[in-house]
Each structure stands twice: as C-alpha cells, then as structure tokens.
Design a protein around this ligand. Structure first.
Ligand code: ACO
Length: 418
C-alpha cells in the first residue's frame, strides 16, 4: 500500500438499523434451532431486519446524513462516495450513485466496492488514498447491507447469523497526531467457495431454475470460515499495528467485525486484550457484514467508549475471502448519544410474515416438512415436485459442480435488494 502523503482522519460516524427485531425464539418458529444453540455458538440474541419495501440505500442514506452532520459537512461538499455492500439496491446503477442523488451530493463521484464483511475496512482504505494523494478533501465511506433479502430463511446454518444495518464515516485531511496510522488488506480467492451467493451474476444468471434451486441465497461453510477468521484477524491486526509503529499494548479499543462472539473472544485472547477493551454488539444485531464495524463504532461513540486521542483497532474478515485492519488515532468525542433507529421508528418485535412465507417456500424447495406436517404434503402443497431440491444439493461443493458457466446463458440476470 502506498504510504500516506497527507494524513487522513475519520471526522464523523453515523449508523442506522431497521426497526424490525427478530429474536432467536422467533427464528425457532421457522427453522429447527433454539435460543441456547444460537447464543452459545454465536453470541447472537436478536438481529434487525429490513421491511420488504426497504432497500440498502434507505439505510445508507440515514447513516450517511448522520455521519455528515457529525463531521459538520454539507452533502454538496462531498467529493467521493464509496458504498461497500454485497446487497446493492440493484446490480447497477451503483448504490453509491443512488445515494449521491438522494443526499444531493452534487459534486461527488461515486462507486460501490464489494469485499463482503471486510467491505468497510476496504472502503476506508480506498477512500483514504484519494485524500492522502491530495485528489479529494472529503470522502464519504458507507458500509450498508440488507442481508435479510439474500438469506434462505429455511437454512438454519446461515439465517441465524445475519442481520441488516448501515454505518458511514466521513474522511477528511487529518490534524497532526490523529487519523489513520496503519492499514492492511488481504485476499485469498481460492477460498471463494466457502462463502458465496452463487447465482445472479454472469456465471449463473437469474433463471427459473436458479430461483427454483435457491441459488440466489447465501451459502456458507461455517466451520472453515471460522478457522480462516481466527487466523487472518491476527495477521491483519499485527500488520496494521506494525505499519503504525504500535503494538497491542497501545490499543485502547478493539472494534472487530461482529461475526461470532467466539471468534471475537479468541482474537482478543490472542491479542492479549481484555474484553473491557473490545466492542461487542453482535448480541443485538448479528452479523451485518460491511455495516458491522461502522455500526459498532457508532455505538462506541454514543456510549463514550471512544474518545479523542484513543487508539482504535478495526479488524474485519469476510467472503472473497478477504480481510483487513486499520489503526486509527481518534480525533473527537461525541458529546451526546445519537440514535441508530430510523427516524420516527421504534423497535418492533415479532417474526415478520414475509420471513415465515419465504421459509415455507425454502422447506418446500428442499422437500422438507413444514412445522408439524409430513414431508410429501408440505412439498406438494407449495412447490411442484420437480423443483424440490434436497438441501444437500445446495452445499457449496454441489453448487460448484452444477455451475454451467456463462456459455450459452446470454441473459444478464442480477438481483438486488430493492
Ligand atoms: N441451530 C441448531 N443446530 C445447528 C444450527 C442452528 N442454527 N446450525 C447448525 N447446526 C447444527 C449443524 O447441522 C451440526 O449438526 P450435525 O453435527 O448433526 O451435522 C451442528 O449444529 C454443528 O454444526 P457446526 O457447523 O460444526 O457448528 P459450529 O460450532 O461450527 O458453529 C457457526 C456454526 C456458528 C456457523 C460457526 O461455524 C461460525 O460462526 N462460523 C463463522 C461464520 C462467519 O463468520 N461467517 C462470516 C460471514 S457471513 C457473510 O459474509 C455474509
């Protein structure tokens, strides 16, 4: 990475989560799981889920406005918008361009960046380069996801883990002694199959068959991702700290990607950091991918855990496979807590009906019984027998083997959260 020629700081943070709260007990109504399994294996108690009419840009806009306000920057002063997401409103135009229009950021350029759960750290690193090089003065970096739209709510291996949210940061030239001190990014595409959304791109464009087989949903080999995470978080943190000329002893607050409490805990143990110096909010939001670190930063600012002068370590890992870390000497305090809720919305409890319906379709697709029904009756009632796919066929390896490639499939068929 090119060494910074001009210091870059985080001048404002904003966050936003949708109002619908889905608890572990709610999920036990649609998949064979229970609160105890989810809590002890992941640390998650509940997650937020966007309403059917809410797309990624809706959450991103709220988070972005809050970050701009905190930084004291008007939208028309922004030079560049980078949105990190795996759930754009649509394949194109980019969510960054949609956001640019909605914010009235009339002079800003914009693009989306895709590095899955490492997306925010990647976007932070990318945005910082433009300021370091002197090309721009103000960059808005957003990590925003509506993962609920690409989850198979009948797949207990993934649906219990993920949630929706958005976080944003305003990057500006740094005052002496503050700002981004170290950055590190890594990738290993050979592990791409461990975590993916197989269909909807040029390899497997959307078709009745891909929809019938549930190939537009997230697939994950959890055990392998777990091992990868524990290793790469340490490597990334050490590399970013080394670049900053610091050690773990200098870290006041560690803000890890919120994927699994056991992963967070084991990395903190490896870094010799007590949990008092670790930000954990996975219990309330689950894994919100690119939004996870900026939402955690937002809460840490609101609760006074981040203050001016502190050294903050951000570490992420995710699909790709990707990983990254940043060391930031924080430049400001937040005088009073700010909300994460959408404007005018209060948390709303209960399993949304659309999730119940989507889970029923998933069970039918896999030829599994609905709660309390025999298998045959369930699949006959809700899907043609020819479309029922055993869940084993949806394993990553089986999907790779089944991928026909782009030849003979001319139609582009994307997805999107809008
Ligand atoms: N409820 C009950 N049982 C379950 C559930 C569930 N929700 N999910 C899986 N199980 C079962 C499995 O079927 C398995 O049963 P079996 O032994 O009869 O086959 C058993 O529990 C153990 O499964 P494992 O996968 O070995 O469980 P593990 O302890 O590894 O925990 C988990 C699984 C939580 C997914 C863990 O591996 C993990 O957190 N991995 C990392 C995930 C991650 O960080 N993903 C990152 C990003 S996601 C994204 O980028 C979009």
């Amino acid at each position: 990475m090119v060494a910074a020629v001009r210091g870059v700081t985080i001048a404002g943070i904003g966050g936003c989560v949708p109002p619908a709260v889905v608890t572990n007990d709610d999920l036990a109504q649609v998949v064979e799981t229970d609160d105890e399994w989810i809590r002890t294996r992941t640390g998650i108690r509940q997650r937020r889920v966007a309403d059917p009419g809410t797309a990624t840009s809706d959450l991103a806009e709220v988070a972005a406005r809050r970050a701009l306000e905190e930084a004291g920057v008007r939208p028309d002063q922004v030079d560049l918008i980078i949105v990190a997401t795996v759930t754009p409103d649509m394949p194109f135009p980019s969510t960054a361009c949609l956001l640019q229009d909605r914010l009235g950021a009339t002079r800003a350029a914009g693009f989306d960046l895709e590095a899955a759960c490492s997306g925010f750290v990647y976007a932070l690193a990318a945005g910082a380069q433009f300021i370091a090089a002197g090309l721009y003065d103000t960059v808005l970096v957003v990590g925003a996801e509506t993962l609920s739209k690409i989850i198979d709510w009948s797949d207990r291996r993934t649906c219990v883990l993920l949630g929706d949210g958005a976080g944003a940061a305003v990057l500006r030239p740094a005052a002496p002694g503050e700002g981004i001190l170290g950055l590190y990014l890594g990738a290993d595409g050979s592990g791409g199959d461990l975590l993916k959304q197989p269909a909807g791109g040029s390899r497997l464009p959307a078709s009745p068959e891909t929809v019938a087989r549930g190939l537009h949903f997230v697939q994950m080999n959890g055990r392998e991702v777990f091992k990868f995470a524990v290793k790469t978080m340490g490597d990334a943190a050490q590399a970013a700290l080394a670049q900053a000329g610091l050690t773990f002893d200098d870290v006041d607050l560690y803000v890890p990607h919120q994927a699994n409490f056991r992963i967070i805990e084991s990395s903190a143990r490896r870094f010799d950091l007590p949990l008092e110096r670790v930000v954990v909010n996975i219990d309330r939001y689950g894994n919100t991918s690119a939004a996870s670190i900026p939402v955690a930063l937002d809460e840490a600012l609101s609760t006074g855990r981040i203050r001016a002068g502190q050294t903050v370590l951000l570490v992420a890992f995710g699909g790709g496979l990707t990983w990254g870390a940043a060391v930031v000497r924080w430049g400001y305090d937040r005088p009073a807590p700010r909300p994460l809720e959408m404007p005018g919305q209060e948390p709303r409890y209960g399993l949304p009906e659309w999730i119940r319906e989507q889970a029923a379709r998933g069970r039918a697709r896999a030829g599994e019984p609905a709660q309390g029904e025999p298998a045959a009756a369930a699949s006959e009632a809700t899907a043609p027998a020819a479309l029922a796919v055993p869940r084993a066929a949806l394993d990553p390896a089986a999907v790779t083997a089944a991928s026909p490639g782009s030849e003979g499939r001319p139609a582009w068929g994307g997805g999107g959260t809008r």
